[in-house]
Design a protein around this ligand. Sequence first.
Ligand SMILES: [Zn+2]
Ligand SMILES: [Zn+2]
Ligand SMILES: [Zn+2]
Length: 258
Amino acid sequence: MVVTLLGTGTSSGVPLIGCECEVCRSVDFRDKRLRTSVHLLVDGQSLVIDTGPDFRQQMLRESIKRLDAVLFTHEHKDHTAGLDEIRAYNFLQQRDMPIYGRKSVLNQLQTEFAYIFAEKKYPGIPRLQLHEVTNQPFEVAGIRVTPIEVMHYRLPVYGYRIHDFTYLTDLNYISDAELEKVYGTRILVLDALQQKPHLSHFTLEQAIAVVERVRPERAYFTHMSHTMGLHREVEKRLPPGIRLGYDGLKIVIPDTPA
Ligand SMILES: [Zn+2]
Ligand SMILES: [Zn+2]
Ligand SMILES: [Zn+2]
């Protein structure tokens, strides 16, 4: 499996419009963070988790010419705003795009992208096939996916585990029962917004505490704000096996024999 971090920035991205802090002015490419999303190449299938406002740019940057399905974590705009761009894949593949999300997410997509679901459709708009996710393992393109329910302040969000990889973004709480599903994962990508406390996201310290419970081989943090600090400086202080993610980072996970 190859995991590509498409974006590792919080909802505003980094740099932030109009900000002149040292992170927003940094010339280090790792301090330039598009909105959070990830691409998975797994068992020959091409999947993305979330389609944020930078989706088009991310797919162009990574030359992703085929897409088999989209999984959504939750309905916030920084995770859904790029949905219209799916039409490029409808056109290339000549089929509807399978979309997976919890009921509240599918409902929200139908409200916010009403034209996609209109009775009389304008030609050339995205063609989607909606699939509801509940907190039970399911299959996407023949691949087993385990949802992990976490809390993002009061909003339930799904993280996903696929084989030895777990992706948990936009959360500030995970129950012991849900954390059980993460144990044994080799690679964990986890929300860590900033160092200061926040209402709906893990801080760096809280994210490190979760990693220390799960003990994966490696963990990468994502959904970072400019207030996290310079990539190079923050990384120096992290425990072994934990890194900050950056846009374009590829993680290769060898298949474990079944
Ligand atoms: Zn977000
Ligand atoms: Zn800034
Ligand atoms: Zn969110």
